[in-house]
Design a binder for this molecule. Structure first.
Ligand code: PMV
Length: 321
């Protein structure tokens, strides 16, 4: 069957955790992600990703539950999905803060829409709705920033609400260094750690979350002015606030400091924290030195890339989740 589907990976530039509590975030798509390689008629709906266990709806795994939710959402809107094996490739390290679960959900949702109705492009609002249902299985209380960025691409201003505020920003991709420092922690666990702090000490946690949201506002202005030095400064402050919220780790802190010592204008963890990836911003003359410094810190993966790729022209329906 000749269909193509893709979910982008993403980095959260600013506002992780704060975005769960209605503060704004800035996220940017990566050109890496999850893509459909082949769709073959089969006895039942099944998803195969290289190196992952095969997934069928309700197979007792979280992926199986997520697949069942995507199947239900798409079937309710477009009719039955012909039984198919979806072969997919994932270029993202799983569970490291680069949005692998959201990219999987978006790519599967898009493929299911195209199978259910090959005569129309997969509707963006339906992809978002189905991916949201899947992300609830993985993350419990997802803000929506991951799968929205995965579906829409580009650089996105996102604020949770009824409906969410989504503003694709007209910004050139930003040169960044992404390093996976440790295996990632469970996002739901890290989100609940912040919730615990909010419950125990709201007057400590709330100002930190508010600061992270304010940094998104400053960062947006700096991005629009293409002031990457200022952007770096906001990143360093954001990492400090995330550390104060207790979602960083000694290894992430050490790697951020090493990146700055090597010439990065800014470095911060990205995603849920508790391990996983950091994001560094460096002027071109220091990029290689920063990447080397991160390798010397024992990074599992270092990528010199650009964030904000692949702006996709999926039409948004007002009120989409
Ligand atoms: O680590 P990731 O890619 O799952 O990012 C999670 C971002 C959070 O703000 C911590 C959670 C959310 O739902 O926005």
């Amino acid at each position: 069957m000749n269909i193509s589907a893709f979910g982008c990976g993403k980095v959260i530039l600013f506002g992780e955790h704060a975005v769960v509590h209605q503060h704004p975030a800035l996220a940017a798509a990566l050109d890496l992600g999850v893509s459909l390689t082949r769709a073959l008629p089969s006895a039942h709906l099944e998803v195969l990703v290289d190196g992952w266990t095969p997934t069928q709806p309700h197979d007792g795994t979280r992926l199986g539950e997520a697949l069942a939710r995507i199947q239900r959402t798409v079937t309710d809107a477009l009719g039955p999905i012909p039984p198919t094996t979806l072969h997919m490739r994932c270029d993202l390290p799983p569970g490291a803060g680069l949005g692998s679960s959201a990219a999987w959900a978006v790519a599967v949702a898009q493929a299911c829409c195209l199978l259910a109705n090959p005569h129309q492009p997969a509707p963006a609002h339906l992809i978002l709705q189905a991916a949201d249902a899947a992300e609830r299985v993985f993350h419990g209380n997802p803000s929506g920033v991951d799968h929205t960025t995965s579906a829409l691409g580009g650089v996105l201003w996102f604020q949770r609400g009824q409906p969410h505020t989504l503003q694709p920003l007209d910004i050139e991709p930003i040169p960044v260094i992404i390093a996976q420092i440790e295996p990632g922690a469970d996002t739901a666990l890290m989100v609940s750690r912040v919730q615990q702090l909010l419950d125990q000490a709201p007057r400590v946690a709330q100002p930190l979350l508010q600061t992270l949201g304010e940094l998104s506002r400053h960062a947006r202005a700096s991005l629009e002015a293409r002031d990457l030095d200022a952007l770096g400064r906001w990143m360093n402050i954001a990492h400090g606030a995330l550390t104060a919220l207790d979602v960083s780790t000694p290894a992430l802190d050490a790697a951020c400091h090493a990146a700055r010592r090597a010439g990065a204008s800014g470095a911060k963890l990205t995603g849920a924290g508790g391990g996983g990836c950091l994001l560094a911003l460096a002027p071109p003359e220091h990029t290689d030195a920063v990447a080397d410094a991160l390798r010397q810190q024992g990074a599992l993966l270092v990528s010199i890339t650009r964030a904000g790729h692949a702006r996709r022209d999926l039409a948004l329906t007002p009120g989409a989740p």
